[in-house]
Design a protein around this ligand. Structure first.
Ligand code: AMP
Length: 405
């Protein structure tokens, strides 16, 4: 990465304005999954140990541009207090005189959590005046919110341009970029990309960008049916993006001809678990590649699992994004769980594995195998865009590291 990081700047006695991604699920005022808060701890602890005055900012949910109690970051501050064993003070807003007064009173080694930046509609508009008000609270800016790096918002992009002498990446940002970057530059082969989830449309860029880098693209989940239909198979009532049938055909052609010496192998399901609805409430049956007109595919079948597994176990590099079926429903969860186990096993045998995307991470958590994976990405949209070859505005805006002599 050609950007400065938290290791390149002094934070002692400074107001360290740090963008984190504390967009966590909350129920009845309590954080129900603190993964994202834990992921920011290395950066937070580093700043506190080095006696910075830590000012945290984040968004949470999708408020409509004004304060909404259900989107308050208070529960996140409470959870962080527990994790740190140290008080995290909560500000009533993210800008304004009251917040400035709280910041002015801070001592080195203390933490202040600003209220949800999306309580101001100017945040998502990347309004320069709003960014200036945020920037006035800090001497240096740290961006550790990889999950928001694909958004050019005031707290992720505008502010970095203002505090540009010291706008640096935190450890989570650095780790995400390093892990995902490995997949784009010289990933050891075979490089197996496993894609699933609901829609082809979300994954077009990533397929296009990885088609020349991967050895295998294993396609499962709802998105497989558009490809199977394009091949002339019967897919019954399965998910179909009819407007992308041509694109699916094109992608298969590009895969076959992109590198004549070593074409990427696109592998599709050859059997499915089918039912009358994605609820999986009626009898779930096994079908071969074609699906009867009144049924839909809810999961990959055992033959497909075996085939995918054989390929995964030979991989040196693995990327997995998107579940293989409707894993939220027990009758359709087997395929996804089996793939999670195969990726974990391959990692145990020395492969470098990355799992990204909210639903695959949730599936991985369900499988209990999270700690058997080399890198689990915290950023769904951001990891998709990065792997799709796009620049992330939140990263681009950070201060460039001087070139090494
Ligand atoms: P995505 O956000 O595109 O990764 O999609 C994740 C969602 O895709 C999950 O909620 C799954 O239930 C859903 N999904 C996976 N396979 C299927 C399928 N065969 N039919 C319908 N939905 C599916």
């Amino acid at each position: 990465m050609d950007k400065l990081t938290i290791d390149d700047i002094a934070v002692k006695d400074k107001r360290v304005l740090t963008r984190v991604d504390f967009n966590v699920p909350i129920e009845s005022g309590k954080v129900t999954d603190d993964t994202r808060i834990r992921a920011a701890l290395p950066t937070i602890q580093k700043i506190l140990q080095n006696q910075g005055k830590l000012i945290l900012m984040s968004h949470l949910g999708r408020p409509k541009g004004g304060p909404e109690p259900k989107y308050s970051l208070m529960p996140a501050a409470t959870r962080l207090t527990e994790l740190l064993g140290q008080d995290v003070e909560m500000a009533p807003d993210c800008i304004g005189s009251e917040v400035e007064a709280m910041v002015n009173k801070m001592q080195p080694g203390q933490v202040l959590m600003l209220e949800n930046v999306r309580f101001h509609k100017e945040e998502e508009k990347n309004d320069p005046e709003f960014a200036k008000k945020l920037a006035a609270l800090g001497d240096v800016y740290v961006n550790d919110a990889f999950g928001s790096a694909h958004r050019a918002h005031a707290s992720t992009e505008g502010i970095a341009k203002i505090l540009k002498t010291a706008a640096v990446a935190g450890y989570l940002m650095k780790a995400e970029l390093a892990a995902l970057g490995k997949l784009l530059t010289g990933a050891p082969q075979p490089f197996v990309v496993i894609l699933g989830g609901a829609k082809v449309s979300d994954k077009i860029q990533i397929i296009k960008n990885l088609i020349t880098r991967a050895s295998h693209l294993l396609i499962g989940g709802g998105m497989a049916y558009t490809f199977l239909k394009a091949q002339g198979h019967e897919i019954g009532k399965s998910l179909l993006e009819a407007e992308h049938l041509n694109l699916a055909t094109n992608l298969m052609t590009v895969a076959a001809y992109s590198n004549p010496r070593k074409p990427v192998k696109m592998v599709f399901p050859e059997d499915h678990l089918i039912g009358s609805s994605i609820e999986g409430t009626d009898a779930v049956e096994l079908a071969s590649v074609d699906i009867p007109a009144d049924k839909l595919g809810g999961d990959i079948g055992p033959k497909t699992v075996q085939n995918f597994k054989t390929i995964i176990l030979q991989a040196k590099t693995i990327l997995w994004n998107g579940p293989m079926g409707v894993f939220e429903k027990a009758p359709f969860a087997k395929g996804t769980m089996a793939i999670a186990a195969a990726v974990a096993e391959a990692t145990g045998r020395g492969a470098f594995s990355v799992v990204g995307g909210g639903d695959s991470v949730a599936a991985l958590t369900q499988s209990g195998l999270t700690d058997k994976i080399s890198h689990v990405s915290t950023g769904g949209g951001a990891s998709l865009e990065f792997l799709g070859g796009q620049d992330l505005p939140g990263v681009e805006a950070l201060t460039k590291a001087p070139k090494k002599a």
